[in-house]
Design a protein around this ligand. Structure first.
Ligand code: ATP
Ligand code: MG
Length: 570
């Protein structure tokens, strides 16, 4: 596949500057659904039997209003901030491509994908029970652009129905859009690979109904239907290929569903390599050889990603294969959460159970990696040596994952090597006390002489309250043990290294709730404040910020439906 390296002007000041670098090579290299409507007016749920994408045009939201854009992404892309509120940019990124300037096309694309939950193939989520009606139900990509040598795909979320909408309305509400918008940029600032947020627009007049929690509800499931404003957010990434997408084509190849099935599988895998692994996979290798390198590289990215999630207290919530980006970055901020209390079983999504809980994410990742290996395996038929290598890459996943986890825990503790006994005692203490995960590690990063500063992070459970003296004694013993193991060198150096690993601020749900509630009433002040604070998560920031955002979760906010847990998020 030819890579085009067109360079944008240093500043993209107008929509014309952007569309001038729009690139549609994807629509030519990949297969279009032969039954797709050329004009993109393809919004009713139906089965899509072949092809990598369906041409489909977004459905604009009524009366769009600017909510936010990511200043840091705009800067990276060379976009002028003023662009985000200019009328033609607003029109396009709120879903109206009808007047997009040339060479912009007024048709985007949506992709089908398959679903495996914790490594098991599922079809029942597809309305036709065949898997042919499952995919981007409300996400539509509108262009790719190569900007300063980096390729970005721009995808609208909440842009209306596609053939994969499964009877849904194709919309995203402001609440879920604000959550995803803030989280993507926070994650990036935390140094964790992720899709990025470009822009967010809300409709001043269009609302949809969603199940939600009544004020103060402590029920697990939503108990009311509420009307919420619809929004369109645009996210960008080198591609949006998911493990589930590779699985869709692999399942078709396995079942010989149509004559081009194997060729379509190969094409999507080569496309993934081009978009996400172009710099690490030699173009001159055969497909089978490329697949082996791809598997090894994806394993490395995925294990590192999950270790990073745990480092920053993030639980993805619904880590199915269709929410697992094949490029190895975080995708789909649905029922996610950043933990307050350290709890290995932390899981804000009531439907996620133990499988996708905080410290089970390495195992969930392994399941997704197995789905990935099964999906690419047909491309290695007739290449016993490559097959053997893939087997080995797959079976070594737990070893590599474990190594990444140990490296991460050692770094969080400012140690050169992982100390199992020290860590075991810490995990026990963190659970029994329990501690606020973010605050504990941040306080530790200041290298306290005694446990007093650490107590700022203690929630003090019944276990702690039953015998605080004994607990404090154990904490002091642990601290002394830890101090004896920390790296030689100056204290300042160690402290500042640890403060780059252990963030001061994390995007806890109880910060986000009032921000999206205010936003729904047209007040974006809190949202902007969170944007600002959470894109500098390692910085000390002001006293005022510290008072508001560096504190224990108030007791009355625990177990609140829609904040501590949610059954749906869209
Ligand atoms: N309101 C909706 N209308 C149509 N399809 C929807 C809607 N909400 C979710 N879907 C589709 O249901 C599937 C599962 O939903 P899920 O919550 O994982 O995805 P999502 O948050 O929409 O998308 P993504 O994974 O693209 O971030 C997805 O394929 C999604 O496109
Ligand atoms: Mg999803």
């Amino acid at each position: 596949m030819e890579r085009q390296h067109r360079v944008t002007p240093t500043t993209v000041a107008t929509l014309n500057d952007l569309v001038a670098v729009a690139d549609y090579s994807l629509m030519d290299t990949l297969n279009s659904d032969p039954e797709g409507k050329v004009d993109g007016a393809d919004h009713a749920p139906r089965q899509v039997f072949s092809g990598h994408y369906v041409p489909v045009n977004p459905t604009p939201i009524d009366n769009p209003e600017y909510v936010a854009h990511s200043q840091s992404l705009f800067r990276e892309l060379g976009f002028a901030d003023s662009l985000a509120q200019s009328s033609d940019f607003v029109r396009m990124f709120s879903g109206d491509l009808s007047r997009a300037p040339e060479p912009m096309r007024n048709v985007g694309w949506a992709c089908g994908y398959a679903l495996s939950i914790y490594g098991t193939e599922f079809y029942q989520q597809c309305p036709f029970q065949t898997g042919n009606g499952y995919g981007d139900g409300r996400a539509i990509s509108v262009l790719e652009a190569v900007i300063n040598g980096q390729r970005w795909e721009m995808q609208l979320k909440g842009a209306g129905r596609t053939p994969y909408c499964r009877g849904g309305d194709g919309r995203a509400v402001l609440r879920s859009s604000v959550r995803e918008f803030l989280a993507q940029e926070h994650m990036h600032a935390l140094g964790v690979p992720t899709s990025r947020s470009l822009s967010l627009y809300v409709s001043k007049t269009e609302q949809v109904r969603r199940p939600w929690y009544s004020e103060g509800s402590r029920l697990l499931d939503p108990d009311i239907l509420i009307s919420e404003p619809v929004a369109i957010s645009t996210r960008v990434a080198p591609s949006f290929i998911r493990v589930g997408q590779l699985e869709l084509f692999s399942r078709r190849a396995r079942k010989q569903e149509h004559p081009q099935a194997m060729e379509e599988l190969e094409k999507i895998v080569l496309h993934l390599i081009d978009r996400e692994y172009g710099d690490v996979i030699d173009q001159s290798l055969t497909t089978a050889e490329k697949v082996v390198v791809l598997a090894r590289e994806f394993r490395s990215r995925l294990t590192s990603l999950v270790a990073n999630w745990i480092r920053v207290g993030y639980c993805q919530g619904n880590f199915n294969s269709d929410n697992c980006a094949a490029g190895g970055f975080t995708l789909d901020y649905g029922p996610f959460g950043f933990c307050d209390v350290f709890d290995p079983q932390y899981q804000p999504w009531t439907g996620g159970g133990h499988h996708f809980a905080f410290l089970n994410q390495p195992v969930a990742a392994e399941r997704n990696f197995h789905s990935f290996c099964s999906a690419v395996r047909p491309l290695l038929a007739g290449h016993p040596d490559c097959l053997r290598q893939l087997e080995e890459i797959q079976s070594d996943f737990p070893k590599v994952m474990q190594a990444q986890m140990e490296k991460m825990w050692a770094a969080k503790l400012g140690l050169d090597t992982f100390e199992p006994a020290l860590f075991r005692e810490l995990a026990t203490l963190m659970m029994q006390t329990p501690v606020d995960y973010t605050m504990f590690f941040r306080e530790l990063s200041s290298l306290p002489d005694d446990i007093e500063p650490l107590k700022k992070s203690f929630y003090k459970s019944a276990t702690y309250a039953a015998d605080p003296e004994e607990m404090d004694k154990r904490w002091s013993a642990w601290l002394t043990h830890w101090q004896s193991l920390t790296r030689p060198g100056t204290r300042e150096e160690l402290s500042s290294q640890m403060k780059l690993i252990n963030p001061k601020f994390s995007l806890r749900e109880w910060f986000v709730v009032p921000a999206y509630q205010q936003a729904a009433a047209g007040n974006y002040a809190l949202l902007r404040e969170l944007q600002d604070v959470m894109t500098k998560p390692y910085a000390e920031q002001s006293e005022d910020v510290e008072k508001k955002y560096y504190r224990l979760k108030p007791p009355e906010l625990f177990e609140v439906g829609g904040s501590s847990h949610y059954s749906c998020s869209s």
